[in-house]
Design a protein around this ligand. Structure first.
Ligand code: EPZ
Length: 442
């Protein structure tokens, strides 16, 4: 379907219901952007995708219903709800309030229909083993940003005494009992850390995890679980201790705001030299992002929960940025950062230290005239070369966001195909950008 946001009331009314249109566009969604205008105005930052998904899994640990407030209405959330419904979980999603009632799960055989759309579905293995003897799932899907192995997830489950067999791309996990364990992650993994926590909270006895990821979404997951009755110490540090309990009770919990969405809009403002205010941006989680923004020449201040940014003086290339685990510069903003660097004369460089192949968007940016060189770990940008609107294809979520940013700067019209991939993580990206003055339609 095609809609053009004709009226200004569009941004002000909450009447626009992206919910239905979101799903109808999953098979073919095309975005059209005419670039060249500085973004100006205020948008409200959505709930965090990467916090909401593990919190939805946590709700399955209790037979009582839980409700997430401020949950983003994005494809990954909708696909997760549809997956849970197939298990017999009762779910509702009304304007950001997601209710999950896992009191009557009738099967733990997770169909591939949804599981291979999102990598986060792997953590349902350990989550459901807390209440059921066996779980079956298809190898998880997710972005094309590298191999995305799940070796640490499976190795962690083995440490709990879980027996895992694989047949025709299906994983079957079984346990006689779930015994607490001591486990050191080979490398910091957000998903594997979350998976370990979700497995340990109902296991018998004590578990200790070493070399845990320390992203804010780990803290929000642990906070929710503790309020449900779990016993967890050390969340947000590299060592987490969990004492297993018999039962957890339901809870109502606010989903924290999305620092990656906030960083994406901040970089869109930088690319167009605009003045963008990000209401409810989680500034306390954005130190590394704001540091880089300042190095580019961006100016910002925080007033009453709003992050006011002024990119009119953005002009300095960034010579040697490295993506790092939190609190370093997030890998999820690496592609949007590349797009912003294309608008700044001079040589910028970024090293991707988390994933081994997260520069897929480079060839699409080159199609727009971008001068970028990359190997599988590093990208060098010769910024300041004019970009021209053309037909590009989004191949994964954050690369798609980078194409949007480049299109907002480029002269002429850019058509972005596959933008349902962008809607996996951004709740109302078209509406938000339209409210900031972009010439955009989907
Ligand atoms: C989470 O993915 C996020 N997804 C990703 O965001 C984010 O980029 C990533 O963490 C890093 O911050 C969600 O939270 C749903 P990892 P995850 O396990 O958990 C390797 C987005 O755009 N690894 O921390 O899958 C892995 O290959 C998405 O919102 C193993 O080797 O990432 C990577 O190199 C993209 N074996 C590194 O660890 C494993 O078993 C970090 O990955 C697991 C991971």
């Amino acid at each position: 379907m095609k809609y053009k946001m004709e009226t200004d009331t569009f941004c002000k009314t909450a009447a626009y219901d992206s919910t239905d249109s979101l799903l109808r566009e999953t098979d073919l969604a095309i975005m059209e952007i005419v670039g060249g205008k500085p973004l100006e105005g205020t948008i409200t930052i959505q709930g965090s995708k990467n916090a909401a998904l593990p919190m939805m899994a946590a709700a399955l640990l209790s037979e009582e219903a839980s409700e997430l407030i401020g949950c983003p209405d994005i494809l990954d959330v909708r696909n997760t709800l549809a997956l849970l419904e197939e298990l017999g979980v009762k779910t509702t999603q009304i304007k950001g309030r997601v209710r999950i009632d896992a009191g009557k799960i009738c099967t733990t055989e997770i169909s591939e229909k949804y599981a291979n759309k999102m990598r986060s579905s792997i953590m349902l293995l350990g989550t459901l083993l807390g209440r059921f003897q066996s779980v079956e799932i298809t190898y998880p899907g997710g972005c094309v940003i590298g191999k995305r192995p799940i070796d640490m997830h499976l190795d962690m489950l083995h440490a709990f005494g879980v027996v895992i067999t694989e047949c025709d791309g299906r994983l079957r996990a079984e346990r006689k009992s779930l015994r607490g364990t001591i486990y050191r992650f080979l490398k910091k993994s957000v998903g594997a850390t979350e998976h370990g926590i979700l497995t340990a909270v109902l296991a018998e006895g004590e578990s200790i995890f070493y070399n845990c990821a320390q992203e804010p979404e780990i803290i929000s997951l642990c906070t929710m679980l503790v309020q449900m009755g779990a016993q967890i110490e050390g969340s947000g540090t590299s060592r987490i201790l969990i004492r297993g309990v018999k039962k957890l009770h339901g809870i109502q919990k606010e989903v924290p705001k999305d620092r990656i969405a906030a960083g994406t809009y901040l970089l869109a403002g930088a690319a167009t030299r605009g003045k963008v205010t990000l209401d409810q941006a989680p500034v306390q989680e954005m130190e590394a992002i704001l540091y880089v923004y300042g190095k580019m020449g961006g100016q910002y201040k925080v007033i009453g929960g709003k992050l006011l940014t002024d990119s009119r003086k953005v002009r300095y290339p960034v010579r040697n940025l490295q993506t790092r685990e939190y609190p370093g510069f997030p890998t999820d903003l690496q592609s949007p950062f590349l797009a912003a660097c294309l608008t700044i004369p001079g040589v910028s460089q970024v090293e991707e230290t988390i994933f081994e192949n997260r520069f897929k968007v480079v060839c699409q940016l080159q199609k727009m005239g971008g001068k970028i060189w990359c190997d599988n770990r590093r990208a060098v940008v010769w910024g300041g070369v004019p970009l021209k609107g053309t037909h590009v294809i989004a191949e994964e979520l954050r690369g798609g966001a980078a194409l949007v940013i480049a299109s907002l700067y480029a002269s002429g019209k850019t058509v972005i195909e596959n933008c349902q991939l962008i809607q996996r993580g951004y709740e109302n990206i078209c509406q938000d950008l339209y409210c900031l003055g972009a010439d955009i339609s989907i």
